[in-house]
Design a protein around this ligand. Structure first.
Ligand code: IDP
Ligand code: MG
Length: 137
């Protein structure tokens, strides 16, 4: 096991539902430390660029437009196996398939408005942290 950093985004539905604190508490209680955080509105250009890996997928345009509908809360989590630990806390992409007790099972309404983003590998985490927090990369 190794100490890792990962990028988390609380998506517009999570911010709108007023559950930033509840989600951050789950990270903290799982032993992840919040070492950087910022609330922001993503521009269309930022959302397109952040999700560029999905640009050929059918849901890309909807995803980009959804992520720009309201403020998001972006943070960097640090801890043992932070990447996989955050993914476990999040649950599956489609909330209908997410394990009980995960963030998406408890709070998400749909595969689009699925409350949280989390880096999916150590390699992508490094890129995503650098995208929003160059000082922490
Ligand atoms: P992840 O967020 O669990 O890593 P990804 O496959 O990386 O899932 O997809 C990024 C985001 O794109 C998802 O969180 C979800 O909001 C959206 N998405 C993924 N697959 C679909 C789909 O089949 N239909 C609509 N939106 C999707
Ligand atoms: Mg992903």
């Amino acid at each position: 096991m190794a100490t890792e950093r990962t990028l988390s985004i609380i998506k517009p539905d999570g911010v709108e539902k007023n559950i930033i604190g509840q989600i951050l508490t789950r990270f903290e209680e799982a032993g992840l430390k919040i070492i950087g955080a910022r609330m922001m509105m993503l521009s269309e250009q930022q959302a397109k660029s952040f999700y560029e890996v999905h640009k050929d997928r059918p849901f890309y345009n909807d995803l980009v437009s959804y992520m720009t509908t309201g403020p998001v809360f972006v943070s960097v989590l640090e801890g043992e196996s932070a990447v996989s630990k955050n993914r476990e806390l999040m649950g599956a992409t489609d909330p209908k398939e997410a394990n009980p007790g995960t963030i998406r099972a408890d709070f998400a309404e749909s595969i689009d408005a699925n409350t949280v983003h989390g880096s999916d590998s150590v390699e992508n985490a490094a890129k995503e942290v650098a995208f929003f927090f160059p000082d922490l990369a």
